[in-house]
Design a protein around this ligand. Structure first.
Ligand code: GDP
Ligand code: ZN
Length: 350
């Protein structure tokens, strides 16, 4: 059981100042139903939250999550120390169901693939998520070896990622990894965001110098499944730390309703003034969004991206939810039947 150097885990003076005198500091490395694994100066320990902390937490978001610094004593966590950054998922905007996916992330790698179609709008969305969390983003474009000349794509991404570093990499040739390594300063905590298949595990394994993520899956087969046998906060050889939780992996576009609100606040704010609450901003009278476009307040391109993302979200919802799809089909049939009947009725000259 190795002891940890607190500074190496990201401990700061501010954190020290917020720790109660009789508490010992630890950083949450894994969590499973109220059971936590903490990295501490005395090594790894298991802990539970105190009844009082569990009781007083007004929302699950106030309970410890992976990456959190906590104050504990005798295997009992009494306090969650102030977070530098937080990634969370809200269920349909309900504050009480807000769930923290990772805390105290310093740097987010937003990962997208150069092979196939690169969706710049998605990168833009992930950038919004990152900035809102309080962590700083870096865009990593993978599979450089499968892409001819990335210059144009890189420029395109740079145009939406103002001031953010964009790093093309290839896990096959190793190109670009030196630039990633430069980001991995000791005690910095890194997390990765991006769609499944873009190469996140490949990056983490390469930076870790071992099959970190495969190792994890092996431990998942046994009885309690997520027996806290795997760690979701891992110290890399460079001294940086990487957080990889299932929740972060699933933080994709279908979490997107709130995400859309977030990245399209301009459109959403205008929409408040639309005459109809369910205005689709396409042709309705009294549409404040269209008026803003007319007046040159809102660029037409913004409205186009908004509609496109809305369609994507909807398409994804429909794909995900077969019942909804059947419902759509039914409505469509009813509508077209009604249409046919109306036509017949008209033809019959009544
Ligand atoms: P994740 O779902 O984002 O974790 O993606 P993985 O890391 O599992 O990678 C998905 C697939 O892409 C795997 O078959 C990888 O071997 C492959 N892959 C990842 N990075 C690269 C790369 O830079 N070049 C090429 N050619 N393939 C890659
Ligand atoms: Zn409208």
């Amino acid at each position: 059981m190795p002891a940890y150097d607190l500074c190496g885990l990201g401990w700061t003076d501010e954190l020290a100042a917020s720790l109660e005198a009789n508490h010992i500091p630890g950083r949450v490395a894994a969590q499973h139903r109220g059971a936590y694994v903490l990295y501490t100066e005395g090594g790894e320990i298991r802990a539970r939250v105190s009844g009082r902390l569990a009781h007083e937490a007004a929302a699950p978001a106030q309970l410890p999550a992976v990456g959190d610094w906590v104050g504990f004593r005798d295997g009992v966590i009494h306090a969650v120390l102030p977070r530098r950054s937080v990634f969370q998922r809200t269920s349909a905007g309900r504050e009480t169901l807000r769930q923290v996916l990772a805390a105290n992330v310093d740097l987010v790698f937003i990962v997208a693939s150069l092979a196939g179609e690169l969706n710049v709008r998605r990168v833009e969305r992930f950038l919004t998520v990152a900035w809102e969390s309080g962590a700083a983003p870096v865009v990593v474009l993978t599979k450089l070896d499968l892409c001819g000349d990335p210059t144009e794509l890189v420029l395109e991404v740079e145009s939406v990622a103002l001031g953010t570093e964009v790093i093309p990499v290839s896990a096959v040739t190793g190109e670009g990894f030196d630039r990633l390594e430069q980001q991995l300063l000791p005690a910095r905590t890194v997390a990765l965001l991006g769609y499944s298949g873009v190469g996140k595990s490949t990056i983490v394994n390469r930076l870790a110098g071992r099959e970190l993520l495969r190792t994890r899956e092996v431990g998942e087969g046994d009885e309690g499944r997520h027996t806290t046998s795997h760690r979701e906060l891992v110290v890399l050889p460079s001294g940086a730390l990487v957080i990889d939780t299932p929740g972060m992996r699933e933080l994709q576009l279908w979490d997107g309703d709130e995400g859309m609100d977030a990245s399209f606040t301009d459109v959403e704010e205008l929409a408040v003034d639309c005459r109809f609450a369910d205005c689709s901003h396409t042709r309705e009278p009294g549409c404040a969004v269209l008026r803003a476009v007319d007046e040159g307040v809102l660029p037409l391109d913004r409205l186009r991206s908004y509609r496109k993302l809305e369609r994507e979200l909807r398409a994804m919802e429909i794909r995900k939810n077969v019942r909804l799809r059947q419902e759509e089909t039914r409505k469509w049939r009813v509508r077209s039947r009604a249409g046919r009947e109306r036509a017949k009725w008209k033809r019959s000259g009544r």
